[in-house]
Design a protein around this ligand. Structure first.
Ligand SMILES: NC(=O)c1ccc[n+]([C@@H]2O[C@H](COP(=O)([O-])OP(=O)(O)OC[C@H]3O[C@@H](n4cnc5c(N)ncnc54)[C@H](OP(=O)(O)O)[C@@H]3O)[C@@H](O)[C@H]2O)c1
Length: 292
């Protein structure tokens, strides 16, 4: 069996595994939606980029309160200035367990959790790869920031969201979860793990009023965009598209068109797609600007 057949077989599995007679009553069927109006949202990494877009979009769409978290308090004044009555800036390094527990203890009214913060991997590119890295420390940091930390936050906030009558968790993934971008192997690995973690959470909360959403982000104008890439999608456009999807009860979102086109190309010809990615790695590797 070649990889294309394996992939097609995997896609067919859920349909084959479905029970003949559903035991799910219409009342408990997974038909969930979450409204931005009056939501109380907590966003990680909200000081810039995609996270900041969510703060602005949620304020414009009538959220009751936005906990705009950042690991660096130097951004608090500018975040608070967006709407001093509704924006509550809080310090949160997502990898810091004490800070995670402190925000969960303080933010008891949360109904939306947006796990946005992410680490792209070391600025030293060889440390982002499995063979050339001097050790796996940086790769473990990617896993910790991009997969285990959002999982820990979800575990802390699920009971809070349920106590508030239900709501939504969105994990901001990446087109890089769908294939290995060898220039950023550790990032792809962590985002693929986060993709599965999100699917697991969705299954576990299926019979409860929490919508768990996988967001395959790509092509948004932020500092994380590859050098030379030109895209028209702003963080605010991205946030509004995601919120539109959430309000329609969608669980898998491809805001902007990049990652969905990529997924279709992978499905059509997985080996050909990987060959092109590997060739580009040797001839014209993807780079991002130096971190601030
Ligand atoms: N832009 C795109 O086209 C694109 C494509 C694919 C996926 N994404 C995803 O979109 C999300 C946001 O990325 P972005 O494009 O907005 O990049 P960005 O501008 O680099 O923002 C990343 C954010 O994550 C924060 N962060 C990193 N490590 C953190 C930690 N340990 N604790 C708390 N915050 C931390 C950063 O804080 P500092 O400012 O303190 O560093 C920053 O606020 C990420 O999940 C990324 O993987 C974006």
């Amino acid at each position: 069996m070649n990889r294309r057949e394996i992939f097609a077989g995997t896609l067919a599995m859920p349909a084959m595994a479905q029970p003949q007679t559903s035991t799910v009553s219409p009342m408990t069927a997974p038909n969930k939606k979450a409204r931005a109006k009056d939501a109380v949202a907590l966003i990680t990494g909200s000081n810039r980029g995609v996270g900041r877009g969510f703060v602005e979009a949620l304020l414009a769409r009538g959220a009751r309160r936005v906990y705009a978290t950042s690991r660096n308090p130097k951004y608090f004044d500018e975040l608070r200035a967006l709407d001093p009555k509704r924006v509550v800036p809080l310090e949160l390094d997502v990898t810091n367990d004490a800070q995670r527990r402190a925000v969960a203890a303080e933010c008891k009214d949360v109904t939306w959790l947006i796990n946005n913060a992410a680490y792209p991997g070391s600025e030293t590119e060889t440390e982002r790869r499995f063979r050339s890295a001097s050790n796996l420390d940086d790769i473990k940091r990617s896993m910790d920031t991009n997969c285990w930390s959002p999982a820990e936050l979800a575990r802390l906030f699920i009971p809070i969201i349920l106590a508030n009558g239900g709501g939504m968790i969105a994990n901001i993934l990446s087109g890089g979860a769908l294939f290995c971008l060898p220039e950023f192997s550790s990032y792809s690995c962590s985002k693929a793990a986060e993709m599965m973690m999100t699917a697991g959470l969705r299954a576990e909360t299926d019979r409860e009023p929490i919508l768990v959403v996988s967001v395959f982000t790509g092509g948004v104008q932020t500092r994380a965009l590859p050098v030379g890439a030109t895209v028209s999608h702003t963080p605010l456009d991205h946030a509004n598209e995601v919120i539109d999807g959430v309000e329609q009860g969608k669980t898998t979102l491809f805001p902007a068109t990049g990652p969905v086109t990529m997924r279709d190309r992978i499905c059509q010809d997985p080996e050909g797609f990987e060959r092109r990615v590997i060739d580009r790695f040797y001839t014209s590797p993807v780079r991002i600007a130096p971190y601030e």
